[in-house]
Design a protein around this ligand. Structure first.
Ligand SMILES: Nc1ncnc2c1ncn2[C@@H]1O[C@H](COP(=O)(O)OP(=O)(O)OP(=O)(O)O)[C@@H](O)[C@H]1O
Length: 240
């Protein structure tokens, strides 16, 4: 199957520090793909190269059949990437519903925004919080709202940077169920994630980075069974 996103030999250096070395990554339409690895592995840098926050020193990134290696972030969004960064950046003084409304308005050609709002509120499990100021939602609810705002753009690829950061165990599990529901509805998802039990809950395929390089890649069940992967997580005392 043709990849939706394909990175070839991507590298990024900060001063003398090679944060990402010759990384290949492939996202297939319809999959949930997790990019994992211990602290300092280069995951965030790779994510930022994909979303256009950093420019690579070498390599190439194709998205939906187009070379986007040097494209600006907004051009990537226009092509169908939707990005949810780690920290929620909802409009805290606006209601949950209004946050979704604003996000839905950004996509041209919507004719029934109210119906889309209802759909998203129910998908996110936030119906009873529709009128509440977003700033009064729990941390987890704000993260879900932001996922909803990312979905409002009807993306081809949803990119999530550590979607469970700072969440309780219960919120983490519910986030996993939400991501799986989105995927059941056809959404392709790339998530950078630390939490292995969460990765086990959602991932189809996994790319493992270590010291800036791809250390392993494959189906989630093979990655879980790979003792070398367990060693890089546990062996160096990084605490993940
Ligand atoms: N803007 C930057 N300037 C200098 N060095 C950087 C920069 N961004 C990342 N690095 C370095 O690149 C390496 C990889 O960092 P990166 O944040 O990509 O790893 P990570 O796998 O996301 O780690 P973590 O799980 O701790 O977030 C680290 O050694 C980091 O200090």
């Amino acid at each position: 199957m043709t990849a939706l996103l394909r990175a070839y030999g991507v590298s990024k250096q900060f001063g003398g520090m090679k944060a990402v070395k010759n990384v290949d990554l492939e996202i297939i339409p319809g999959e949930i793909h997790c990019l994992i690895g211990p602290n300092g592995a280069g995951k965030s840098t790779m994510f930022k190269l994909i979303i256009g926050y950093h420019q690579p020193d070498g390599g190439k990134i194709d998205f939906d059949g187009t070379d986007i290696t040097r494209a600006k972030s907004f051009a990537r969004v226009q092509r169908g990437m939707s990005i949810k960064l780690q920290k929620p950046s909802v409009f805290k003084e606006l209601s949950t519903r209004l946050n979704l409304h604003v996000a839905l308005q950004q996509k041209a050609g919507r004719n029934d925004i109210a119906a889309e709002e209802e759909k998203l509120l129910s998908l996110l499990g936030l119906e009873t919080h529709a009128q509440k100021d977003a700033g009064l939602l729990s941390h987890g609810q704000q993260q879900w709202l932001e996922i909803g705002m990312a979905l409002a753009l009807s993306p081809k690829l949803l990119l999530l940077d550590e979607p469970t950061a700072g969440m309780s165990e219960e919120e983490t599990f519910r986030t996993g169920e939400l991501i799986k529901r989105l995927n059941d509805d056809g959404m392709t998802i790339l998530a950078v994630e630390h939490d292995m039990s969460f990765v086990r809950q959602i991932a189809h395929n996994v790319t493992v980075m270590h010291l800036g390089e791809v250390f392993a890649r494959g189906k989630i069940e093979d990655i879980i069974a790979d003792e070398r992967v367990a060693e890089i997580y546990l062996g160096k005392g990084h605490g993940h």
